[in-house]
Design a protein around this ligand. Structure first.
Ligand code: NAD
Length: 393
């Protein structure tokens, strides 16, 4: 079939296998030959056996790539994927995983995946068995799940996460991918139940269940560490992010790191805003990203997931003890994004935007390209008109 790009409300419905191959291979190539200014040398022992929960796209995939091709680690990924059919493309994560594992094995690294619901008891047990059989123990657990829904295995209750402000509606300027017209979006405030459900899905409970199980089964090595990802961002996105439902969930995640510190080294890393499948659907975010990407590119400090995770491993997690954190104990990889000079410039450009007018400045093209790339589209040299089998990668 000819695989075309289909995007509905900033959600891509298709993925291109050859482009996903390129997406993964480009990241592997960067890790093999990292470039300034995002490069910093490996100075400490890297983890040898790594579990990435949510390791098929975005920050999780980059964690797997940096661990394997930077540190020589054997890896296990747990992710939720749709398999391809004769006339149906797979999720990008399915293609990414196949390509990653092909390269890892070619390089003599062990690489396994458990495809299924990370929130379920069954997938946790299956993964624990795999660790026991293949690795003995793990040295690092990266928790990088971004999901709209979670079924609690203890009760069978299903919870849904929402991206909403709390207390009052929020109105702000926004843009949609593929359309540079600035729009005004109003998001209704969340109910108390919606806030609680978002914490159930995106808070720290499931991360804790994973670590508890691995601890109970003695699958954590003596030097084991774990990291999960958070976001803070600028004040302009506070109502819908940091002070909204997702922010409450992230605070819960940050509290969970403190609880887990009793068992192993546990961190929350606050990362940069980046175009991933999860972030594209947050209102206001594509407009902020278009301006941020422009300013950071002009200053030569724009990063993608892999560059961020390279810095996480080499300048934070594996750069010697103590791990550099802020006063709340969080790793700050958003340091370049939140640089006051960068934020001042973004704010200045934000103020130039008018509803109904085309975006003034900003690099929406780069935001769009990154979004296309994570679904395997927009690469030079790939024939997007070609008839291909979506089951082949
Ligand atoms: P993403 O959508 O690219 O990746 C999410 C991963 O979770 C995928 O591998 C997906 O398969 C997996 N997943 C989803 N539901 C699952 C389930 N039920 N079972 C198993 N796997 C499941 O998202 P991302 O942006 O890389 O987000 C990862 C983390 O990073 C999130 O906690 C997010 O909040 C955080 N973060 C993202 C940004 C950003 O701007 N993108 C910034 C800071 C922090």
């Amino acid at each position: 079939m000819v695989i075309t790009r289909k995007v509905l409300r900033n959600v891509s419905l298709t993925a291109h296998p050859l482009g996903c191959r390129r997406h993964v291979e480009d990241q592997i190539a960067w890790v093999r030959n990292p470039k300034e200014p995002n490069y910093s040398p490996i100075t400490a022992k890297m983890p040898a056996r790594v579990l990435v929960i949510g390791g098929s796209t975005g920050y999780g995939l980059s964690s797997r790539i940096v661990a394997a091709f930077g540190g020589g680690a054997d890896t296990i990924n747990v992710s939720f994927e749709r398999e391809p059919g004769e006339r149906k493309t797979a999720t990008p994560g399915w293609y990414n995983t196949k390509v990653f594992e092909e390269h890892a094995r070619k390089n003599g690294l062990k690489a396994f995946s458990v495809f299924g619901d990370a929130f379920s008891g069954e997938v946790k047990e299956k993964t624990a068995n795999l660790i026991e059989e293949q690795f003995g123990q793990v040295d690092l657990i990266v928790y990088s799940v971004a999901s709209p829904v979670r079924t609690d295995p203890a009760t069978g209750a299903t919870y849904r996460s929402v991206l909403k402000p709390i207390g009052k509606p929020f109105t702000a300027l926004s843009v949609n991918l593929g359309d540079p017209t600035v729009t005004k979006e109003t998001i209704e405030s969340a109910t108390k139940e919606q806030t609680e459900e978002t914490i159930k899905v995106m808070g720290g409970e499931d991360w804790r269940l994973w670590i508890d199980l691995l601890g109970k089964r003695q699958l954590l090595s003596a030097e084991a560490a774990t990291v999960a990802f958070s976001y803070i961002g600028p004040e302009v996105t506070y109502p819908v992010y940091r002070e909204g439902t997702i922010g409450k969930a992230k605070k819960d995640l940050e509290r969970t790191a403190k609880v887990l510190s009793g068992t192993l080294k546990a961190y929350v890393s606050v990362n940069k805003a980046l175009m991933t499948r999860a972030s594209a659907v947050i209102p206001v975010v594509p407009l902020y990203m278009a301006l941020l990407y422009e300013v950071m590119s002009e200053r030569g400090v724009h990063e993608q997931c892999t560059e961020q995770i390279w810095r996480l491993f080499t300048t934070r997690l594996y750069a010697g003890i103590p791990v550099p954190t802020d006063e709340e104990g969080r790793i700050r990889l958003d340091d370049w994004e939140m640089d006051p000079e960068i934020q001042k410039e973004v704010q200045k450009r934000w103020k130039l935007q008018r509803e109904g007018k085309p975006l003034k400045g900003g690099n929406l093209t780069l935001v769009q390209r990154e979004y296309d790339n994570i679904h395997g589209f927009g690469y030079d040299g790939i024939d997007y008109e070609a008839d291909i089998d979506p089951r082949e990668i």
